[in-house]
Design a protein around this ligand. Structure first.
Ligand code: KG4
Ligand code: ZN
Length: 332
């Protein structure tokens, strides 16, 4: 039985997962205190994690109907993410493991998103092409097997897809994070009403969303407050269409380039309905985990931990978190 903790951003998460990938508990406490700042404030996120984590871990154990005596591996997100936020979950997990002299695993957050698909009841087994689109990352990776690190094929050169959703939502007067709210608003709009850039002419498998965000900013300025308000749904629908199209262009290219016939999708943006629909029309075997496993959660961290070499007590006490990139991250 694995106890995992994830605190890389603003969700305080704990989960209990068995070695064969059955989720016994997957608790996510969303902080909801960052709205008024229009983004996550690291110091506030960190304090909230401190406050919420004990009850979130207790809740996970209660739902799983286990005690710490039945846990034989502890895992936590080591990076990438907000250092102040990561530190809370990582230190707590190390302390829980150390108190019982249990083995410990520090998990890469992006491996976690990939490993969401490995969970029961229908694990999606490598090899496959993976698209991870979250608030912090947008990337395509070749996943060969469980133990070799995923091979990075392309990533965003500026904003992440989720960030593009969030910034667009902000320009349209929606709260933070705005992806789901923008999707909701777009339901009443015409996706063909406005033309937004998809960086289609940019060759290769990298993504770029900065131009898109700027295009919306100018459009909103040109329309003026009144007209923007009247056409909010059309703006949302057209903007969303551009993000989905930008993702699809690269996925199609990557499928062609690698010859992969299977695609796994993860990260918060994979919760987006129109994206899920468009991906299901690609004609490849597709794995999109349920929405609760696409957005940040600790079950995916526990899932990934199953494929790491466990570190025995007390060696892991010297481990530290990392904000970006390696160690243990994606091989380029
Ligand atoms: O994976 P995640 O929960 O956290 C990170 O690791 O970043 O992803 C959060 C991102 C946010 O940018 C949020 O706006 C976006 O996922 N998101 C969505 C939807 N639900 C969440 N974007 C578009 N449509 C959605 N339904
Ligand atoms: Zn994430």
């Amino acid at each position: 039985m694995i106890l995992a903790i994830e605190t890389s951003c603003d969700d305080t998460c704990a989960a209990v997962v068995t070695r064969d990938g059955q989720i016994r508990a997957n608790v996510v406490s969303s902080q909801g205190v960052h709205d008024r700042f229009g983004g996550v404030v690291p110091e506030i996120a960190s304090r909230q994690h401190l406050k919420l984590l004990p009850q979130v871990v207790e809740e996970a154990l209660r739902v799983a109907e286990v005690t710490l005596d039945e846990i034989d591996l502890v895992a936590a997100t080591q990076g990438p993410g907000l250092v102040a936020a990561l530190l809370v979950g990582f230190s707590a997990a190390k302390a829980i493991a150390a108190a019982r002299e249990l083995p410990f695993v520090g998990v890469d957050h992006l491996h976690g998103h990939l490993a969401a698909g490995f969970l029961a009841p229908e694990p999606f087994e490598p090899p496959f092409l993976a698209l991870i689109a979250s608030g912090g990352h947008t990337l395509l990776a070749d996943v060969v097997d469980h133990s070799t690190g995923p091979r990075l094929l392309g990533q965003t050169l500026d904003d992440a897809a989720g960030e593009a959703f969030d910034k667009g939502a902000r320009l349209l007067g929606l709260g933070y994070p705005g992806g789901a709210a923008l999707e909701q608003l777009a339901r009443d709009g015409d996706p063909e009403a406005f033309e937004f850039p998809t960086a289609a002419r940019m060759p290769g498998l990298d993504f770029s969303f900065a131009g898109l965000k700027t295009a919306l900013l100018y459009k909103v300025r040109d329309l003026g407050a009144e007209e923007t308000e009247r056409r909010r749904a059309d703006l949302a629908a057209s903007y969303q269409r551009a993000i989905v199209e930008a993702l699809l262009i690269r996925v199609r290219r990557a499928l062609r380039k690698t010859g992969a016939g299977r695609l796994a999708v993860g990260g918060g943006v994979a919760a987006n309905g129109p994206l899920r629909e468009a991906l299901s029309d690609l004609g490849v075997e597709l794995d999109v985990p349920p929405r609760s496993l696409c957005t940040d959660n600790a079950a995916m961290i526990a899932s990934a931990a199953r494929y790491y070499e466990p570190v025995s007590f007390p060696r892991y006490l010297a481990f530290d978190v990392y904000a970006t990139g390696e160690p243990g991250g994606m091989a380029a």
